[in-house]
Design a protein around this ligand. Structure first.
Ligand code: HEM
Length: 332
């Protein structure tokens, strides 16, 4: 269950610690109009407030980091990292089936509410989505990354833009490469960012294409690239008559830990989605999967670079877009 952090305790904590808020990094950015000091004068504690909200929400609900990370991916691949995924209403991105299982919205809303009190009209929802995902990874044990800010919020959100821009689990490596490269992302980025599946959960329907019903109505494995013991475990968790709300951990071993276990799972044929398994089965990506499985530091370094690229996709800056007052609706 997603839970909303208590805004007032978050506020109190922020007021007490306001003076010791971490100062922003002053390292340089390669992304043209984004800056590591964007809120240094206008809202110096912006990152601290987001982090605090994510921390408090994740301590109550450990599924939050996975939700926030996936939310970022679905935001950035559709219309760029502009918070278009947060807009509510008929026909917006949220109404596409690929987005129905997204979560973490209430955490973004909580952070925005706090920021609107201390720095009204200043911090974009697009930046909050990025910072929250960045913090979620770190809180789950992943690397700490400096990310520049200054993104502005988009005005467009259409369900019809989702399918052509979001990867499906049935995609081949070729199809994934094509979509990633259309966003300026490399093969290396594809393998690295797929490592996000080291945390979080999936609905049974997300991998049901790997099984079929036999004449007695029982599920049997049809995808022989999957380890049969693991397949049996999945069938136990997701029997043919299971409720559509049943969730399975993406990483069966260290479910809430952001580590390189995802790649070790792939080596032992325990990738949950077909789109995970193919990364080990395809010779173009296998070597990198093996490298990351043996070298968590190498994975974390690569993660920092690929995550940075992900958060730079199609950003709106300067006079583009707006700074929303509420993340779920445009200002007008
Ligand atoms: C490359 C192709 C990818 C495919 C086909 C894919 C597909 C999926 C699917 C089907 C789910 C389960 C959704 C559900 O049933 O609730 C999922 C979960 C997740 N995905 Fe991906 N994904 C991909 C890449 C990524 C990337 C690049 C990221 C982030 C950088 C990401 C982050 C996540 C996370 C964290 C979850 C767990 C969400 C939760 O716990 O609620 N995925 N993904």
């Amino acid at each position: 269950m997603e839970t909303r952090p208590d805004v007032f305790s978050v506020l109190l904590f922020i007021v007490v610690l306001h003076s010791v808020a971490a100062s922003p990094s002053y390292s340089s950015s390669s992304s043209a109009n984004l800056s590591f000091t964007f809120y240094a004068a206008s809202c110096p504690s912006a990152e601290f407030m987001v982090r605090n909200t994510v921390r408090s929400a994740s301590s109550v609900d450990p599924t939050i980091p996975g939700k926030l990370l996936r939310l970022l991916f679905h935001d950035c691949f559709v219309e760029g990292c502009d918070a278009s995924v947060l807009l509510q209403g008929n026909g917006t991105e949220q109404s596409d089936p690929a987005n129905r299982s997204l979560g973490g919205f209430s955490v973004i809303d909580s952070a925005k509410r706090v920021l609107e009190i201390f720095c009204p009209g200043t911090v974009s929802c697009a930046d909050i989505v990025v910072l929250a995902a960045r913090d979620a990874v770190e809180m789950a044990g992943g690397p700490a990354i400096q990310i520049p800010t200054g993104r502005r919020d988009g005005m467009v959100s259409a369900a019809s833009n989702v399918r052509p821009n979001i990867v499906d689990t049935s995609f081949s490596v070729d199809e994934m490469i094509k979509l990633f490269s259309s966003k300026g992302m490399s093969l290396n980025d594809l393998v690295t960012l797929s490592g996000a599946h080291t945390i979080g959960t999936a609905h049974c329907s997300a991998f049901s294409d790997r099984f079929q019903k036999d004449s007695k109505g029982k599920l049997t494995l049809i995808d022989t690239s999957l380890n049969s013991t693991y397949a049996d475990e999945l069938i136990k968790q997701c029997p043919a008559d299971s409720s559509p709300s049943v969730l399975v951990n993406n990483d069966p071993d260290t479910s809430f830990m952001f580590d390189n276990q995802y790649y070790r799972n792939l080596l032992s044929h325990r990738g949950l989605f077909q789109s995970d398994s193919v990364l080990f089965n395809d010779e173009r990506t296998r070597k990198q999967v093996e490298d990351f499985a043996n070298d968590q530091v190498g994975f974390f370094e690569s993660w920092g670079q690929s995550f940075f690229k992900l958060t730079s996709i199609g950003v709106k800056t300067g006079d583009e877009g707006e700074i929303r007052r509420s993340c779920s609706a445009t200002n007008t």
